[in-house]
Ligand binder design. Structure first.
Ligand code: SF4
Length: 315
């Protein structure tokens, strides 16, 4: 990765704009420092290609929300090969989306993406809407996804706040190691105040900050020596004070209901018909936990009971 040393000036010299946000560098320099780094260091990802369709961008955003790029890449390719437009996906049963989702995790995203494809096909002539409010009205599309699709697919100016962006701003701007567990109004004000005015630049800024958080300012081991904001970063300048907030959620998986749900769903994905209870019973020894996980899958619409003790993916 190319490290660019920013010609950083003292943050103290930077006036705080309205909303009391004090960027670590004068805003134009802050922008150009991150944008220059992004230009030199960005990953070549297919959903960032100039010919990536809005649908391809939308699929990537659904998949990337809780799954790393490395695992998303082959799934995204397979998905777009099978369903190159929303109409192609909408024409199939939601269970096929769950099947194709494979082992990406958090499979409710597959159902939501299918529901969004149906809405796009039925209400928007098969075209992914290009305005934020309409994107937000699609099933399964929240504030983050609407902003990301509007920004990355349509080059618009929006605050795009994912966990990577929030972490970079928490450290470089606010001077704390981690942001709050849930996005706060103050964070949104900060991100809005830092957004470049020009839409095209704002769209690149959004993905640039995100990339900095993904590659350099990582959650557990930030590579500050490679960071273009090294000398300006508020957290660095404060001596890297330790995190003092509430305990951060772990990502434990082994033995959890999530693991059981994954095992049950894998049986259904691999079967192209109905599945008897006995095959599901074979994947997990604890009957109580197994029943709870199966009930959860049914409640979430990921599994359909056909008759007593017989299940299938949703039709
Ligand atoms: S200097 Fe370190 S903590 Fe600050 S933004 Fe860069 S990687 Fe993150």
């Amino acid at each position: 990765m190319t490290a660019i040393t920013a010609p950083a000036t003292a943050a103290d010299a930077v006036p705080a704009p309205a909303g009391a946000v004090r960027p670590p560098l004068p805003l134009p320099l802050f922008h150009s420092t991150v944008l220059d780094w992004y230009e030199a260091s960005k990953r070549d990802l297919p959903w960032r290609a100039p010919d990536a369709t809005p649908w391809a961008v939308m699929v990537s955003e659904f998949m990337l929300q809780q799954t790393p790029v490395k695992r998303v890449l082959p799934a995204w390719q397979a998905w777009l090969t099978r369903w190159p437009t929303p109409a192609h996906l909408a024409a199939e049963a939601p269970g096929e989306a769950v099947r194709m989702w494979g082992r990406l995790g958090y499979p409710r995203r597959a159902l939501r993406l299918h529901a969004a494809a149906v809405a796009i096909t039925e209400e928007h002539e098969g075209e992914v809407p290009d305005d934020h409010a309409t994107l937000l009205s699609l099933p399964g599309v929240g504030e983050y996804t609407a902003a990301a699709v509007a920004s990355f697919a349509f080059r618009q100016r929006h605050v795009v706040l994912d966990t990577n962006v929030r972490r970079v701003f928490a450290r470089a701007v606010t001077g704390v190691e981690y942001p709050a567990q849930a996005t706060t109004a103050a964070e949104r004000r900060t991100a809005t105040a830092l957004l470049p005015d020009d839409a095209e630049t704002a769209a690149t800024w959004a993905v640039g900050v995100m990339e900095l958080g993904a590659l350099v300012c990582t959650a557990r081991g930030p590579e500050c020596g490679d960071c273009p904001l090294f000398t300006a970063c508020a957290w660095q300048r404060a001596g890297r004070p330790p995190y003092e907030g509430p305990a951060r959620r772990g990502q434990s998986y082994e033995g959890t209901d999530r693991q059981v749900r994954g095992k049950l769903l894998a049986v259904l994905r691999e079967s192209h018909g109905t599945v008897p209870q006995a095959r599901l019973d074979a994947v997990w020894p604890d009957a109580v936990q197994r029943a709870r996980a199966l009930d959860g899958l049914v409640a979430d619409g990921l599994v359909e009971p056909v008759e007593q003790g017989v299940y299938r993916l949703p039709q």
